[in-house]
Design a binder for this molecule. Sequence first.
Ligand SMILES: CC(C)(COP(=O)(O)OP(=O)(O)OC[C@H]1O[C@@H](n2cnc3c(N)ncnc32)[C@H](O)[C@@H]1OP(=O)(O)O)[C@@H](O)C(=O)NCCC(=O)NCCS
Length: 174
Amino acid sequence: MTMFARFDPHARGTAAEVAVRVAGESDLTRCADLACRRNGGDQDLWYSRLAVDQADPERLLVVAEIDGTVVGHACAGWQHFDRHLAHNVKDGWYLTGVIVEPDSRRRGVGRHLVQARLDWLSTRADRAWYFASAQNEASLQLHREFGFSEVTRTFEVPGVTFTGGVGVLCVRAL
Ligand SMILES: CC(C)(COP(=O)(O)OP(=O)(O)OC[C@H]1O[C@@H](n2cnc3c(N)ncnc32)[C@H](O)[C@@H]1OP(=O)(O)O)[C@@H](O)C(=O)NCCC(=O)NCCS
C-alpha cells in the first residue's frame, strides 16, 4: 500500500453501500492491519495506539463496512500539544488518521468516514481541525469538499513529519 492515493480528479469507482459504526475491540486487529499496511511500522504498536483511541470516551474511532467487511477506519478527538514543541497549532478537536483500503477507494467510503466524525464533533465543538501532507492531494480534496479551508503551511505538530516536508493545516466551522 502506498502512502497516498494517486490524485486523479476524473477516476471514479462505483458508489458503494457504506455503513459506518463506532469501532469495537474486535475491529482493532483489522484496523491495525490497515494502518500497518499503509503507514508501515509494527502492527502491535498500531493495535495499541488504536486501542487507546477506541477506549477513550473523548475520542472516536469509527469503521466503515461494505457488505459486512471493514474497509476503512478513521479517528477524531481532542489534541493537546506540548507548547514548547508545537508551533502555530492550537489545541482543539481534530480529525486524524483516515484510511480506506486501496481496493475500496473512490466509492464514497472516505466521504462517509469524514461525515460520521463531523456529526460526532458537532455536538462537542464549534470547529474541526485537520492536517495532511501537502502532497496528499486526494485527502485535501476530500476535506475541501466538506468545507475545510487552509489556515497555514507553517506549523509543527510534535511527533509528526510530513512526507515531502510540508503539511497543510485546515479548519472548518461546525
Ligand atoms: C484519502 C482517502 C481516505 C480517500 O478515501 P476514498 O474512500 O477513496 O474517498 P471517497 O471515495 O469518499 O472520495 C470522495 C471525494 O474525495 C476526492 N478524492 C478522493 N480520492 C481522490 C483521488 N485519489 N484523487 C482525486 N480526488 C479524490 C474526490 O473529490 C472524491 O469524490 P469523487 O470520487 O466523486 O470524485 C484514501 O485515498 C486513502 O485511504 N488514502 C491513504 C490514506 C490517507 O492518505 N489518509 C489521509 C491522511 S491525512
